[in-house]
Design a protein around this ligand. Structure first.
Ligand SMILES: CC(=O)CC(=O)SCCNC(=O)CCNC(=O)[C@H](O)C(C)(C)COP(=O)(O)OP(=O)(O)OC[C@H]1O[C@@H](n2cnc3c(N)ncnc32)[C@H](O)[C@@H]1OP(=O)(O)O
Ligand SMILES: NC(=O)C1=CN([C@@H]2O[C@H](COP(=O)(O)OP(=O)(O)OC[C@H]3O[C@@H](n4cnc5c(N)ncnc54)[C@H](OP(=O)(O)O)[C@@H]3O)[C@@H](O)[C@H]2O)C=CC1
Length: 283
């Protein structure tokens, strides 16, 4: 199947990045969020990213205008009635995602593929909210989307082979590298990454070292581009907590218990870079 028209749901940090790379690769994109101001904020981030490319002479102003012209702002899922693919990047919450997928199932054309950018939630369960589980798939981009090469593609229990192939091809068109994984909590990426971040938070919680010291050890000692606490702030502490809860519940193993300090920060509204405060304070 050929994908031409895409809807991206959620104009947050991931959704805006996904929408950007889709438009850059020539797809027409509905940028959808619940409120117009969120859509505008997402489009504003994209414009800023593209303008930087123009300033660096990597893209002409005409090319940028061409890319921006491929966007249609959207605040209703009804717009999905003429798309070939939906990529959902709303908040990491099963109830919200199931609701979105069940509505999309009613609206999107029969041939349309429904993909989720979920970090950890079971694709099979999201698919069960629809009458087309064979057309539901995980398309897990990494943050920041315009920079990171990986897309983890997750097959749900019922995902059809031709749907997998279409998404694999599209990923390559986006100039990303697809990696196929099966549907288990946290898939591969967050099953390995998030317990490391959670352990870094325990290390802070138990007073072993300061935020800066923990990050410095992992940056200089292990060559990580960002220390784990900076990375947690960058991902969003709410998202980190949801992922740990999914691992904890999904495996039923206490080795995945979220650190109480992570819970406390999320309850305080300290969600990291996006709210201006997490383990660090941002301007
Ligand atoms: C939670 C999940 O489900 C899965 C996840 O996504 S986990 C998170 C995965 N991501 C990571 O681990 C990121 C780790 N960090 C890094 O790789 C790097 O710190 C980084 C790429 C974010 C920044 O790199 P850096 O060298 O420190 O900074 P900087 O020089 O400013 O940026 C490098 C390039 O990235 C671009 N960039 C940085 N942040 C960007 C953003 N948010 N959006 C678009 N472009 C961005 C910069 O413009 C720059 O581009 P050029 O080289 O073309 O000029
Ligand atoms: N952060 C990361 O590093 C990564 C995150 N992901 C996944 O991507 C998804 C989005 O994460 P991220 O972009 O970081 O989160 P953000 O909080 O930045 O963005 C989420 C966006 O979705 C909107 N939203 C919430 N509910 C709905 C809805 N019902 N319909 C449409 N839009 C909605 C939010 O609006 P509002 O502001 O009103 O809540 C917000 O604009 C999550 O599933 C997350 O797990 C995947 C890879 C990496």
């Amino acid at each position: 199947m050929e994908v031409k028209k895409v809807m991206v749901i959620g104009a947050g940090q991931m959704g805006s990045g996904i929408a950007q790379v889709c438009a850059q690769a020539g797809y027409s994109v509905y940028m959808n969020d619940i409120k117009q101001e969120f859509v505008e904020r997402g489009l504003g981030v994209i414009k800023k990213n593209l303008s930087r490319q123009v300033e660096k002479d990597r893209m002409s102003a005409e090319e940028m205008e061409g890319i921006l012209a491929r966007f249609t702002p959207s605040t209703t899922l009804q717009d999905a009635s003429d798309v070939d693919l939906v990529i959902e990047a709303a908040v990491e919450n099963m109830e919200i995602k199931s609701q979105i997928f069940s509505e999309l199932d009613e609206i999107a054309p029969e041939h349309a593929i429904l993909a989720s950018n979920t970090s950890s939630l079971p694709i099979t369960e999201i698919a069960a909210a629809t009458n087309r589980p064979e057309k539901v798939i995980g398309m897990h981009f990494m943050n920041p989307v315009p920079v990171m090469k990986l897309v983890e593609i997750i097959r749900g229990l019922a995902t059809a082979d031709d749907v997998y192939t279409t998404i694999e091809e599209m990923t390559k068109n986006l100039r990303k590298v697809p990696v196929e994984v099966n549907d288990f909590p946290g898939f591969v990426s967050n099953r390995i990454l998030m317990p490391m971040i959670n352990e870094a938070i325990y290390t802070l919680y138990e007073g072993v070292a300061s935020e800066e010291a923990i990050d410095e050890v992992m940056k200089l000692g292990m060559n990580h581009p960002m220390g784990p606490l900076t990375l947690a702030d960058f991902i969003g502490l709410d998202t980190c907590l949801y992922i740990m809860e999914t691992l904890h519940e999904g495996f039923g193993d206490d080795k995945y218990r979220p650190c109480p300090l992570l819970r406390k920060y999320v309850k305080a509204g300290w969600l990291g870079k996006k709210t201006g405060r997490g383990f660090y304070v941002y301007e």
